[in-house]
Design a protein around this ligand. Structure first.
Ligand code: GRF
Length: 202
């Protein structure tokens, strides 16, 4: 059985790229990205998806109120018979109705070791806080901000000569490792949620 994936994006799409590459290389098996949806018309992620022959949709937030916007997303997810929804650099809050319908089937990648540094500019927050270890997190999405059960985390050191940009790049490299890994675990049926805890079966 093929796990049908939809991805929500807003920008560059390097995590989307990592996942598309992992499917193409066979690291993630029995899965296909059926649609990529963006809230930004000029998101480079749309071009990346197009290069892979994946359907893309731009949903203009200006054209809907909040509830209608979520409904429009839900319609597309249903139309593509979505099993798993991935947020990959999607800089907009997801409506509760979508979370309800797709509970435990929505993942997000966040560039910090949650629960530290939630929200925007997590790498900057970590850098300015002076942490010695930073990292990234893949988690299931619930109604809170970056608060759902944690699937995978990876840490990276903060080096004495670091800049925020260097740290951000070091974190991104690990994002591209753990997001495909989390998707692979999901598609292989190896993730089980027990309360806040995601148990990985090997
Ligand atoms: C990544 O740092 C991700 O952790 C955060 O937004 C950024 C998206 O980058 N949620 P990209 O669009 O995947 O290149």
């Amino acid at each position: 059985m093929t796990v049908k994936i939809a991805v929500l994006v807003s920008g560059r799409g390097s995590n989307l790229q990592a996942i598309m590459d992992s499917i193409e290389k066979g690291y993630i098996k029995n899965a296909a990205i059926n649609v990529v949806i963006s809230n930004k018309a000029n998101a480079y992620a749309l071009e990346r998806a197009g290069n892979y022959g994946i359907s893309t949709v731009f949903l203009d937030p200006e054209e809907y109120d909040r509830a209608e916007y979520d409904k429009a997303i839900l319609d597309i997810l249903n139309r593509y018979d979505t099993d798993l929804l991935l947020l990959a650099g999607y800089f907009r809050l997801l409506g509760n109705e979508i979370i309800e319908v797709y509970r435990n089937r929505i993942m997000n990648i966040h560039p910090s070791l949650l629960p530290a540094f939630k929200g925007l500019h997590a790498q900057k927050q970590a850098f300015e806080y002076g942490v010695k270890v930073a990292g990234c997190t893949v988690h299931f999405v619930d109604e809170g901000l970056d608060s759902g059960p944690i699937i995978l985390q990876r840490c990276v050191p903060v080096l004495p000569e670091d800049t925020e940009e260097a740290l951000t790049a070091r974190i991104l490299e690990q994002e591209h490792v753990i997001y495909p890994e989390a998707v692979r675990l999901f598609t292989e049926g190896k993730l089980k949620i027990e309360g806040r805890n995601v148990v990985t079966r090997t």
